[in-house]
Design a protein around this ligand. Sequence first.
Ligand code: SAM
Ligand code: SF4
Length: 334
Amino acid sequence: MPNAGPLRDTHGRAHRDLRISLTDRCSLRCTYCMPEQGVEWLAKTSILSTDEIVRVAQIAADAGITTFRLTGGEPLLRRDIVDVVRRISRIESAGAPVQVAMTTNGIVLADKLDELIDAGLTRLNISIDTLRRDRFAALTRRDRLDDVLRGIAAAAASDLRPLKLNTVAMRGVNDDEMVDLVQFSVDHGAELRFIEQMPLDSGHTWDRSAMVTRDEILAALSQRWDLEPVPGRGGAPAERWRLDGGPSTVGVIASVTAPFCGACDRLRLTADGQLRNCLFSTHEFDLLPSLRDGSPDAVLEDVLRRCIWAKLPGHAINDPSFLQPDRGMNAIGG
Ligand code: SAM
Ligand code: SF4
């Protein structure tokens, strides 16, 4: 394993994107992510402090990571979220400022957005699966659609671009709203990205037949728009299409039916200090002891490089031997 140079795995993929889960807690209980009663939360003592997160981010940036995505759980539940954004946004990678992105459910976004932008947030993804209040309440088990809509309106009124909205399409739940959700995004100057539902819910209730596939999504949208592929996807998870020639676009993240592992440049840090080289990993690399026993940066960098070096060529969702990871999406960081 090389102990310097780009963060490459044994398949030649260089890693540039670190997703940091700031908490496993959340203000919603989306059916595809968490059970209604919540889950056994991570022990408070194991949650990384801001200093610990910033230290890992600095080591990662020095080794070649250029983008940090803050997620969770719900990242805006973290009380020091503005400080986390400010401190990470000051980090440089190869002499250039890093990108600081966030994925949020949008519930308290309207009140925090100005501070986040001021602190250096550069990109934002907001999740919204339905525009109907009763459905939202059933799907997330909380009656908070209006708060999310306020968050999206605030983001649309800001200068943050590209702005992205995330939707998990589910059969018989929201699949009749796909065109409406794309139109809603277009009206807000945002790109909607459909995510195929993945077997990552803490309740282990994933059912392949309930998942709406990439092809079904495209068929539904083609009834309304002419879809023209956007070239140059690179390592991005979403395939993208121009709507009626553009400029508006839509994306699909087809992790299940059209995996894109060959170009993956991402790794993840959980709120309790575990490095994961894949959403679907069943093995984690523990940074916590080295973070708390006075180890020098070189030891932490070695854990980072070993984690990436051990990355498999792809996930095995479609293999009969697939084992769902113990952690749910809320504790992995989507
Ligand atoms: N709470 C924030 C949110 O919902 O945007 C950030 C964390 S959430 C885990 C990140 C993204 O993962 C969301 O867009 C959510 O819809 C998506 N997600 C969660 N569980 C999923 C699953 N089982 N399959 C596909 N996407 C999922
Ligand atoms: Fe919370 Fe996001 Fe999971 Fe929904 S998807 S329960 S908002 S962490």
